[in-house]
Design a protein around this ligand. Sequence first.
Ligand code: PHE
Length: 470
Amino acid sequence: MTRETWATRVGFVLAAVGSAVGLGNVWRFPWVTAENGGSAFLLVYLFVVLVVGVPGLVGEFVVGRRAKRNPVGALRDLSGSRAWTAVGGVSVVTALVLLSFYSVVGGWIIRYFVESALALAGGPLPYAANPGAYFGGVSTGVDALAYHLLFLALTGAVVLGGVRRGIELGTTVMMPVVFALLVALAAWAATQPGATAGYAFYLSFDLATLRTNVFSVLAPAAGQALFTLSLGAGTMITYASYLGEDRSLPVDAGTIALLNTLVGVLAGLVVFPLLFSLGVDPGSPGPGALFVSIAGAFVRLPAGTLVASVFFGVVALAALSSSISMLELPVAVLVDEIGLDRRRAVALSMSVFAVTGAAAALDASVFELFAVTLVDRLLTAGLAVFLLFVGWVLGRDALAEFRAGAGPLAARLATPWLYVVGVVLPLFLVFTLLTGVGLDARVGFWPTVTLAVGIVLALFLAVRSPRSVL
Ligand code: PHE
């Protein structure tokens, strides 16, 4: 059977934007920003999106389009080495960690959407009276489990349709809706009294705090940037594996990063003015922030129930267009490598996710382990090794793949790009990982830099030596 491809270039770009735009932009971004000092964090985050995100996206695209396979098969076919196949296998673990908590949060969103929509028909909003206590009651336990399964089922339904009739069709409908409704919500939020205070908090770039704590925000900022661009998990490798030959990967990567950032900024223009217009403290950090503060805010606004329904509806669509990319990864592995038909592959992957997600839904410490402790590290380490692969295993082939379909201007960027992804970015990402475990604070900045260089050098040598054990 021939492997499916995207029907159109726009379809691929929208699918990738759909993967990128999601809970990362709306749910995760405000609390991670608040936890890490607001505007200083924002600057570092935008820097990483531009400097690491765009070339990194091209890196994953190059691997996927070259191999026309899922991450495991791609790394195996392109390297011929077992060790690299195993590295590809890590992406399946990352997808597992991701979707297990993502689906729980997606479930919360669906629940809030359903309840807001039901309240539209009359009757009170159940989460209105005491949002904190309400969220505490439904965020873990059997309730959370049921909605997690519902969200997973919706995800599975789209992926079951395949690349064109499922993912591409779904995201081409969902993304414009998400965009249009977010614009409408932002315009509505702008008319609320006190909105200007929200903009001031959100958009003031505070360089002084940045100077004092740039290293402490490096790891969370990089984690957030990779998370929001769906980088380091192999989902972008998978999506690019369904590409034909005729596209400019750098242009596509730039477009995707730009659209994702736009949606992120838009979401901020909805969330922050709303909070400030009601005098709600944006800083009650943690994964519940959105549900407690925002949900509490809606009910006090004119037409609040309607706005809440639209808001949670938009977020649910955005979450769904991301979760399908997570599910597609193991599905692609099962289809490509084991030859399962899509239906069986979806059923099998969903059963596994149902169980691991159930653990996160029933036990808050498992949720925390997946959503806070593991995910950033897996993505950062994952992207670092993917890029090392591009630079040191693909090498010239990566250059050729970069140039294929690219205009003359972009083609000239190929060589500098290869140095950036093969050397600069792995160093940066490894350094980021080390600051994340506090090494720069404990042993000093330069020893940490030296260690990062050492680790990357050791990896280079392992890759280059014929008896590579990497
Ligand atoms: N980018 C998605 C979001 O912002 C999350 C995601 C991460 C999706 C990694 C796929 C892979 O919600």
